[in-house]
Design a protein around this ligand. Structure first.
Ligand SMILES: Nc1ncnc2c1ncn2[C@@H]1O[C@H](COP(=O)(O)OP(=O)(O)OP(=O)(O)O)[C@@H](O)[C@H]1O
Ligand SMILES: [Mg+2]
Length: 273
C-alpha cells in the first residue's frame, strides 16, 4: 500500500523531521508507530496521507509515485486514506449526523454538501456507521454534548463513511480518558480487520502498541530504530528509543540557549544596579 525509499522531510527552519525513511506497508497490514515527542511520527503520517510533500526520496501509494500526481488523480489518491487525529476535528455546534456525513465531502460537490446540512442525505448510511462504532442513539445529538470518547467514535464513523483503503490514526486516544483508550484502539483494529483496511497508528502507550499490533516501528530523530514484531523488541530497544529524562532536559535547554534573539532572562527580586 505504502512504499517509502529514503524519504526525508526538512522544514524551513532547517530542522530534519524525517531522515531517510525506508518503509513498506502492505495492504491490510496493521502497524503501530512509537517514539518520543518530536521523533517525526506526525510528519510521517502527513507524508502518508499526502498533505505534506517529502523534501527528498520516493513515496508510492499502491505503486503510484505520489510526487507525479496532480489535481483529480491526487484527490482520488488522498481519498483512499482516512486519518483520525488526536483532536477529532469535528464541528461542535453541528449534529452528529452532519459531522459523520462530512466524510463524504471528498466525493460530493459543494451544493450537495450544503443541501445535506438542511436535510441529511444518506441518513441511513450515517446511521449504519454510527451503529458500527456503537453510538447510533447519538445520531441527532449536538456534537458538543458528547463525551471525549463518543466524539472520537464520531470521528471514526466519519472516516468509515469515507470508506478509505487505509486508516491512519495519529494518537487517537491521547485526549480520551485512559479507561476508554483501549476500547477505541480495539474498535479501530476490529474495523480495519472487517473492512480489510490497512491500519497505521501513532501511539504514546507502548502497552497499547504491543497488545494490539503484530508489527511495531520505533521512530527516533526522524529515523526508524526498529521495525519488528513486539515479541522481538527488547527492553534495550525501548531504552534506545526513549532517551532518559535528563538527556531530554539537557537537549531542550541547549536548543533554548541556542535561540539567538531570545529575551535575556530576568530574575525578579534582585538588587537594582
Ligand atoms: N510545520 C512544521 N514546521 C517546522 N517544524 C516542524 C513542523 N512540523 C513538525 N516540525 C518539527 O519536526 C519534528 C517532528 O515533529 P512531529 O510532530 O512529526 O513529531 P511527533 O513524533 O509526532 O511528536 P509528538 O509525539 O509530540 O506528537 C519536531 O522537531 C517538530 O518541531
Ligand atoms: Mg505527533
Amino acid at each position: 500500500m505504502f512504499t517509502l525509499r529514503g524519504v526525508t522531510k526538512r522544514f524551513k527552519a532547517g530542522e530534519v523531521a524525517l531522515d531517510g525513511i525506508d518503509l513498506e506497508i502492505r495492504p491490510g497490514e496493521r502497524v503501530a508507530f512509537i517514539g518520543p515527542s518530536g521523533a517525526g511520527k506526525t510528519t510521517l503520517f502527513r507524508v502518508l496521507n499526502c498533505t505534506l510533500k517529502p523534501t527528498d526520496g520516493e513515496f508510492r501509494i499502491d505503486g503510484e509515485d505520489v510526487a507525479g500526481l496532480r489535481g483529480r488523480r491526487l484527490r482520488e489518491t488522498r481519498r483512499k486514506i482516512g486519518t483520525v487525529y488526536q483532536h477529532h476535528n469535528l464541528v461542535g455546534r453541528l449534529r452528529v449526523v452532519h459531522n459523520v456525513l462530512a466524510g463524504r465531502l471528498g466525493t460530493w460537490g459543494a451544493l450537495r454538501a450544503l443541501q445535506s446540512l438542511v436535510r441529511p442525505a444518506e441518513l441511513e448510511a450515517a446511521g449504519a456507521v454510527l451503529a458500527r462504532v456503537g453510538i447510533l442513539e447519538k445520531l441527532f445529538s449536538r456534537t458538543d454534548d458528547l463525551s471525549g470518547g463518543e466524539r472520537q467514535r464520531v470521528a471514526i464513523a466519519r472516516l468509515l463513511i469515507q470508506d478509505p483503503s487505509a486508516i491512519l490514526a495519529d494518537e487517537p486516544v491521547s485526549s480520551v480518558d485512559p479507561s476508554l483508550a483501549e476500547g477505541i484502539v480495539k474498535l479501530l483494529v476490529r474495523l480495519s480487520e472487517e473492512g480489510r483496511k490497512t491500519l497505521a497508528m501513532n501511539l504514546h502507550g507502548v502497552d497499547l502498541a504491543f497488545g494490539h499490533f503484530p508489527r511495531v516501528v520505533g521512530v527516533r530523530q526522524g529515523r526508524i530504530l526498529f521495525d519488528r514484531a513486539p515479541e522481538d523488541i527488547s527492553p534495550a530497544d525501548l531504552e534506545a528509543l526513549y532517551p532518559p529524562k535528563m538527556e531530554e532536559a539537557r537537549r531542550d535547554f541547549l536548543s533554548f540557549a541556542a535561540v539567538p534573539d531570545s529575551e535575556p532572562i530576568r530574575v525578579s527580586g534582585g538588587h537594582p544596579g
